[in-house]
Unconditional design. Structure first.
Length: 193
């Protein structure tokens, strides 16, 4: 017979995991919302992803996208994730899927990632981060770079194409870049970004 203490311990551990995954993630700047497979297929198509490409996943979470891109398209994928537990679990999952040679996971703030050499970027972030990411993309990515966002749009750019709530942006040249307006509500941006 199972003791009440053991049942209590198991329930506590389960509640702690649920709290960490779904609620504590907000501390890092985003909760947990997994990307659906069909959205990953659309994203890869919009990015024109092919073997040998390198794609960055900003806020890679548990690594579903980087593993998918490496397995399905034999692309190199770089995941940037600030949450140490998610980084650890992603690295474990990458090894388990046998794509370690094609996937790099970097623990760090996605706003500190160097995008100057990246021509393909993917993310599924909160609306609070979209302006900062838009400014970073405009400042760092090369002209013609392809950027795909799931669910949320850049505040000052119109997507080139949107399919199943997956939005493609192509980085404009300096002469055609839209004017980026100043962020109006910086009080609601998480402190770590």
């Amino acid at each position: 017979m199972v003791s009440n203490q053991l049942v209590g311990l198991v329930l506590f551990v389960f509640a702690a995991i649920v709290f960490y995954v779904f609620l504590f993630g907000i501390f890092w700047g985003a909760g947990y919302t997994p990307t659906r497979r069909r959205q990953l297929l659309v994203a890869a198509s919009l990015l024109q992803l092919k073997e040998g490409d390198t794609v960055y996943d900003l806020g890679s979470g548990f690594g579903k996208a980087v593993i998918f891109f490496a397995e399905q398209y034999h692309a190199s994928a770089v995941g940037i994730e600030i949450d140490p537990l998610r980084c650890f679990l992603t690295k474990w999952s990458v090894r388990r899927h046998g794509v370690s040679a094609n996937v790099t996971i970097v623990r760090g703030n996605l706003l500190d990632a160097d995008l100057r050499k990246s021509s393909k970027v993917f993310f599924f972030l909160t609306p609070l981060l979209m302006r900062k990411v838009q400014e970073k993309v405009a400042r760092e990515m090369p002209e013609g770079g392809r950027v795909v966002s799931v669910d949320h749009r850049f505040p000052d750019w119109k997507p080139v194409e949107s399919v199943q709530n997956v939005h493609l942006y192509v980085v404009p040249g300096p002469e055609e870049a839209p004017q980026i307006t100043q962020a109006r509500d910086l009080d609601n941006v998480p402190p770590n970004v």
